[in-house]
Ligand binder design. Structure first.
Ligand code: SF4
Length: 518
């Protein structure tokens, strides 16, 4: 059942998706899937209902007529137990042809699911505290966090309990299941910004403030970031938030978006457009009316950006322990590998795993004396802690293999490109390569050193895949999106063109200079 919101009074001001959401809350689809469509089969699903499947975390897979679905499973902050990892692996094996992708929001993604499979998947995920619900749709998506939360010498506060509290507040809460558009939250207390604060709708980053003579560790708050077609970097509000106040502030900001966000034009509905129009000052004024006054900003503790890269063996803040961060080539793994990761986490660590927004995975809590043995495990040949330079810094969205919105193929091309570069270019600094199959930017190409955006070009062989190349994106300081170079490059030419570009950089750079200036 849908709540009758104030904006319902003026339907002429609403786009067609909004009108549908007024008729039926997106979360209603979960019961319908379980009680109706899973029993009656794919053919029984009315066309208009597919749009709501997203609230169950499920999309139609390409081509739609074949009746397969993709599903994202939320892993809040990337914190996963070996028991949960085994269930993810089992479900992938039983229903998803053993294919598991790790996404840029620390979620995992299945493909090849049938509607008949969904109730069993929902149930077995829930049994271990996992959900696909609201991993897609106009609602609070998977909350991204520092994958090293709790073990990180470079964080002020362990953010795991805060993310848990936010997840509890937002998940399946009908107060927030009808937002104008998707809504992405990140919370991290690392001074190296691993959760990419500036590209989320709402972010909390580390800060301290002297309050009544006491030095308090808390957060600064950013609003209105987002990628897609018209990317925006988030803006900071002049506000300092204690850890125990994060939920209240997040709820307040989400209500501002829910009640004032744009619902007329779908392409202007993200929070970033409201923040751009209002500015952070007016936004804070409206927020203050809802949640009361907060102290002004304190001292910002963000000092850099690690871009979410951790590969290798590194000491934890707990003496005598290390975390071992593994590269998942192009973000694609499998049920078999997930079973093995769960076993390794149990045998060498504390039974915990962490997914990373660079589509990688970490085994934490490994006693130092066990590290050498872990490094000899056969799985670490493919999921290497010491990947080759380019393979170890490549991010790819799903692309045309499964995604209905895609214009081009992505993962296969990226795999071929990094193979060529790793074979033919020797470089002592990393270059982050990201690829998107359409402007929706699940592959976050705008923050890459080199970003590839897929499109089509007319040739004498017909329309073929081609890519815009953009250079110089980063999230140091306030951040900067990369700049598109002129023209488009055909898929077959991407590897040689990037090789030339990178060799030019190599020959002309100053000593110690990285690819992106900041
Ligand atoms: Fe699909 Fe576009 Fe997202 Fe890639 S960026 S997964 S093509 S919607």
């Amino acid at each position: 059942m849908a709540i009758k919101w104030k904006w319902a009074e003026n339907p002429a001001e609403l786009n067609s998706v909004e009108l549908q959401k007024l008729e039926q809350d997106g979360l209603d689809i979960i019961d319908e899937i379980v009680n109706v469509y899973a029993k009656k089969g794919f053919e029984s699903i009315p066309e208009e209902k597919f749009a709501l499947f997203k609230w169950a975390g499920v999309y139609q897979q390409r081509p739609k007529k074949d009746g397969y679905f993709m599903m994202r499973v939320r892993i809040p902050g990337g914190v996963l137990t070996s028991r949960q990892a085994r269930v993810i692996a089992e479900l992938g094996k039983e229903y998803g042809r053993g294919l598991i992708d790790v996404t840029t929001r620390q979620a995992v993604q299945y493909h090849w699911l049938r509607v008949e499979n969904l109730p069993d998947i929902f149930r077995r995920l829930a049994e271990v505290g996992l959900h696909s619900y609201e991993a897609c749709g106009d609602c609070p998506r998977t909350i991204v966090g520092n994958p090293l939360a709790g073990i990180d010498a470079n964080e002020l506060i362990d953010t795991r309990p805060i993310i848990e509290a936010l997840e509890k507040e937002f998940l399946l809460n009908r107060e927030f299941s009808n937002l104008p558009r998707k809504y992405k939250i990140s919370v991290s207390s690392s001074i190296y910004n691993p959760a990419n604060a500036q590209i989320n709708d709402l972010s909390f980053t580390p800060a301290v403030k002297n309050i009544d003579g006491e030095e308090v560790a808390g957060f600064h708050v950013w609003v209105g970031g987002g990628l897609s077609n018209r990317p925006h970097l988030a803006k900071q509000l002049d506000i300092f938030v204690r850890p125990e106040q994060v939920v209240e502030v997040a709820v307040g900001i989400t209500k501002v978006f829910r009640d004032y966000g744009y619902r007329k034009k779908r392409h202007r509905a993200r929070l970033k457009f409201l923040v751009a129009d209002w500015g952070p000052e007016k936004f804070l004024e409206v927020l203050t009316e809802l949640i009361g006054p907060y102290p002004t900003r304190g001292e910002d503790k963000l000092i850099g950006w690690n871009a979410g890269y951790f590969t290798g063996v590194h000491p934890q803040k707990q003496e005598g322990y290390s975390y071992v961060a593994l590269n998942i080539p192009i973000g694609r793994t499998s049920s078999d590998e997930f079973f093995q990761l769960a076993d390794l986490a149990d045998r060498y660590g504390s039974g915990s795993l962490r997914t990373v927004n660079t589509q990688n995975i970490i085994i934490p809590d490994v006693p130092n004396e066990k590290v050498d043995e872990l490094l000899k495990e056969p799985l670490l040949k493919r999921l290497s802690p010491n990947p080759k330079t380019f393979e170890g810094h490549a991010v790819s969205c799903t692309g045309i293999e499964f995604c209905n919105l895609a214009l081009t193929e992505t993962k296969g091309l990226m795999k071929r490109v990094v193979e060529v570069l790793d074979e033919q270019v020797e470089l002592d600094v990393p270059i982050r390569l990201h690829i998107n199959g359409c402007p929706n930017s699940c592959g976050q190409q705008q923050i890459a050193d080199i970003g590839l955006l897929g499109g089509k070009t007319k040739t004498d062989k017909g329309m073929v895949d081609s890519y815009t190349i953009s250079v110089g994106g980063h999230l140091f300081g306030e951040g900067k999106f990369n700049t598109p170079l002129k023209g488009r490059v055909l898929a077959d030419d991407v590897a040689p063109v990037l090789k030339e570009l990178i060799l030019f950089f190599k020959e002309n750079r100053q000593e110690g200079e990285g690819f992106t200036a900041f």
